[in-house]
Write a protein that binds this ligand. Structure first.
Ligand code: PRP
Ligand code: URA
Length: 206
């Protein structure tokens, strides 16, 4: 399932994010804010259970999340989305996956992995600002599934139609929540209109 946000505030912030004159400090803040808006929508139908809570006046029935939530930033650009997720779910756990796209082949290269253990009914939310060819996210999902986990969702800020199609074919069970579906990929497999290289814009490396 692909879910594209229609939220007006998100679209406004995304426009500033795309602007080539937006520098890394503001870019980072915007990634943080947009991530919270996407995650908020992604969590709308998460499983909850009844629990008792005592207000200053009486005891009532409230709600609590049921699943262990694991946030998985794909290094390096995914780290830019991590703080926003942890602000919404402060007791989430975090697993890191290091993946970069080889500049020549455009294929993902895995270089790091550390996922939490001893999880109870975990839901994995993989975070990466860009879903371009889909290679990096597919390799990350493969890795998590190899560990025996099944409940996996993906959060991206911008996705290409090609990337969505490829990811859905490889992993039809994985829901994708995205801020925007853009037009296409260029010859270098960058998203158009996109925002350029998310990692470089987040960290000011170029
Ligand atoms: C970017 C982005 C994704 C990947 C998307 O990372 O953050 O991980 O490219 O491309 P794909 O869908 O075609 O795989 P990049 O390889 O630039 O690494 P970085 O985060 O370290 O900058
Ligand atoms: N990685 C990025 O950072 N941006 C793109 O448009 C494609 C891959």
């Amino acid at each position: 399932m692909i879910y594209e946000s229609k939220h007006a505030l998100l679209k406004h912030k995304l426009t500033v994010l795309r602007d080539k004159n937006t520098h890394y400090k503001e870019f980072r803040n915007l990634v943080d804010e947009i991530t919270m808006l996407i995650l908020y929508e992604a969590l709308a139908d998460i499983e909850i259970k009844d629990i008792e809570v005592e207000t200053p006046l009486e005891t009532t029935i409230g709600k609590a999340l049921v699943n262990d939530i694991v946030i998985v930033p794909v290094l390096r650009a995914g780290v830019g989305m991590m703080d926003g997720c942890l602000r919404l779910i402060p007791n989430a756990r975090v697993g890191f996956v290091g993946m970069y796209r080889d500049p020549e082949t455009k294929k993902p290269v895995e270089y790091y992995e550390k996922l939490p253990e001893k999880l109870s009914k975990p839901i994995f939310y993989i975070i990466d600002p860009m879903l371009a060819t889909g290679g990096s996210l597919i390799a990350t999902i493969d890795l998590i599934k190899r560990k025996g986990y099944k409940n996996i969702k993906v959060l991206t800020i911008i996705s290409s139609p090609e990337g969505i199609e490829t990811l859905e074919k490889s992993h039809p069970d994985v829901d994708i929540y995205t801020g925007n579906i853009d037009r296409s990929l260029n010859d270098h497999k960058y998203i158009l209109p996109g925002l350029g290289d998310a990692g470089d814009r987040l960290y000011g490396t170029k």
